[in-house]
Design a protein around this ligand. Structure first.
Ligand code: HXC
Length: 516
């Protein structure tokens, strides 16, 4: 073969990979409301930055007509490019080839890319639109998934791993994303399930659509699998680019700083209006976060799941921070099983990637109830406790209004390792609210009184005056200062600036044994 012939064949084969093996394959993909793998990569990466590897790799499977069907690329596009000028590794299923299903060669391409991403210390983004294990390749396909899972796990906490769900993803195509840091889904086109609707129908008799079983809204609001949900691929991939701008390339770096025109010492004047003095009145903590952070801009993570706690990435004086905040407008901000799991995962992710934590506390306690106790609130609540106790990034707590009992301790109190804790005046920090406390410790006095109502009111007043205010905690060093709410941004910026050089050596052990 001459060089001219070789180059001509190369061009033909690469064109076939881009255009799809069957002539109408691209049209069929578009008819389903989906983009092709290459179109997606073009939206994700900076223009002309993508370098593909192994576009010519093909399977060597036999039987079931496989010898006659050996498309170049084997149903997955792999390579690296840049996002905002920073290196990322990307693989994208090509649904036009075997429904994006994973066979031995397909898996080997992904394994190689994951190893390269780890070696280069750069994020891995998977664009998933695949039918799971390739049925024709049997156990070789299953082994291919094993290789992905073990790499997902080994790369966990080393490089950011982001999964973007852009089609029906079954079996292994759903499990690999579950091992990664962030899952994005697009409504209407993405579904995730371990067993699809037909199997569910055959085994359980339940008639359910793919969207009802594992659509984007199900996973964003009910199962908690998806951290982000979008209406279309364009906005989804734009948000993946935004998320990447908030993450470091790997666990040895910090996220890039992006200074803004928002003054670090800006007075947060609106705080006094945003948080009502009456501890029983709800408000939106999202507005408090917006008032605090640079330019009012923050990215909520798992916005629709466990909305009684808000987890968000934002910038303070240009530095990325992870914010965990109770949400008093949902269930009065009480902590339940899902909220504890959500916040635990977020704290762990921030800690892994050197993102300081700011915890905004306004919590009445853990949600009481049979469902919660029987559902394992002890086990799940312990996940949040463990995540905070284990975190070595800079940690600053701000108590906005009330902080009661175990929920106060869990929400990054100083006693579990917050570096600094600040409280606004008019705070309530105590084991429980004055009404409940009076019923427990003064019950005999109240019952014996001629006027129980008057004694109860008197005891509540005494208890409140003695214990339920921030000065009790400040006098004992459990909060580092009581601050003017209008100074909250400046206080946080100064605290995090001081903590920038914090260094903590974890204890010598193989790894901890967190509640799972
Ligand atoms: C090989 C597959 C395939 C598979 C689909 N195709 N699934 N080829 N292996 N697993 C092929 C189809 O034959 C078809 O080929 C093309 O992909 C598109 O499939 P359609 O069914 O026409 O598309 P659609 O209607 O969009 O439905 C997509 C789908 C459905 C929902 C993914 O195909 C499906 O349910 N497939 C089976 C999914 C599955 O059970 N996978 C195994 C999971 S177990 P042509 O040539 O006609 O275009 C697993 C093990 C690991 O992954 C578990 C680890 C924990």
């Amino acid at each position: 073969m001459t060089i001219t012939e070789g180059l001509a064949e190369l061009a033909d084969r690469k064109r076939a990979v881009r255009d799809g093996a069957a002539p109408d394959a691209t049209r069929r993909q578009h008819d389903k409301g989906k983009l092709t793998a290459y179109e997606r990569i073009a939206l994700l990466c900076d223009a002309d930055s993508f370098h593909e590897i192994e576009p010519l790799r093909r399977h060597r499977a036999t039987g079931f007509g496989m010898e006659a069907r050996r498309p170049d690329g084997d149903g997955v596009v792999t390579g690296w490019g840049t996002v905002h000028g920073r290196r990322v590794f990307v693989y994208a299923h090509d649904f036009r080839s075997f429904g994006g299903s994973l066979g031995e060669a397909h898996a080997a391409k992904i394994h190689k890319l994951m190893d390269l991403a780890a070696a280069a210390g750069a994020p891995l983004v998977s664009l998933n639109d695949g039918a799971g294990a390739r049925i024709q390749e049997g156990v070789s396909a299953l082994a291919g998934y094993g290789g992905i899972f073990v790499r997902n796990t080994r790369n966990s906490g080393v490089i950011p791993q982001i999964s973007v769900m852009l089609g029906p993803c079954a079996g292994g195509a759903a499990y690999s994303p579950a091992l990664t840091d962030f899952v994005f889904m697009v409504r209407g086109v993405a579904q995730m399930f371990v067993t699809g609707p037909s199997v569910v129908r055959a085994v359980t008799g339940a008639d359910v659509t793919a969207e009802g079983l594992g659509g984007a809204d199900v996973h964003a609001a009910t199962s908690g699998v998806a951290a982000f949900v979008h209406d279309d691929e364009e906005s989804c991939l734009a948000d993946v680019r935004y998320l990447l701008s908030l993450l470091p390339a790997n666990n040895r770096e910090t996220p890039p700083r992006e200074p803004s025109g928002d003054p670090p010492d800006r007075r947060t004047d609106r705080m006094l209006d945003l948080v009502p003095a009456d501890p029983a009145r709800p408000y939106d903590v999202g507005a408090v976060i917006a008032e605090l952070v640079d330019d009012g801009e923050y990215l909520p993570v798992h916005e629709h799941w466990a909305p009684n706690v808000v987890c968000a990435l934002a910038r303070l004086d240009g530095h990325v921070v992870g914010i965990v905040a109770n949400q008093p407008s949902v269930m009065a901000g009480g902590l339940d099983i899902h909220a504890a799991e959500k916040a635990a995962g977020f704290v762990q992710t921030c800690d892994a990637f050197n993102i300081p934590l700011v915890t905004l506390v306004d919590v009445p306690g853990f949600l009481p109830g049979l469902d919660q106790e029987h559902g394992g609130i002890i086990r799940h609540g312990a996940k949040l406790l463990y995540a905070y106790c284990d975190a070595t990034v800079p940690r600053v707590q701000v108590i906005l209004r009330k902080a009661y009992g175990g929920a106060y301790i869990v929400m990054d109190s100083r006693s579990v390792g917050a570096d600094l804790s600040f409280a606004w005046p008019r705070n309530e920090i105590a084991v429980m609210g004055p009404e409940g406390a009076a019923e427990v410790i003064f019950r005999r006095d109240i019952d014996a009184a001629d006027d129980p109502g008057q004694v109860r009111a008197q005891k509540i007043k005494e208890y409140r005056a003695a214990l339920v205010h921030p000065f009790h905690a400040a006098e004992r060093g459990l909060v580092d200062d009581v601050i003017d709410p209008r100074d909250t941004r400046a206080t946080l910026v100064a605290a995090l600036d001081m903590l920038r050089t914090k260094h903590a050596d974890p204890p010598s052990r193989k790894h901890g044994n967190p509640p799972m």
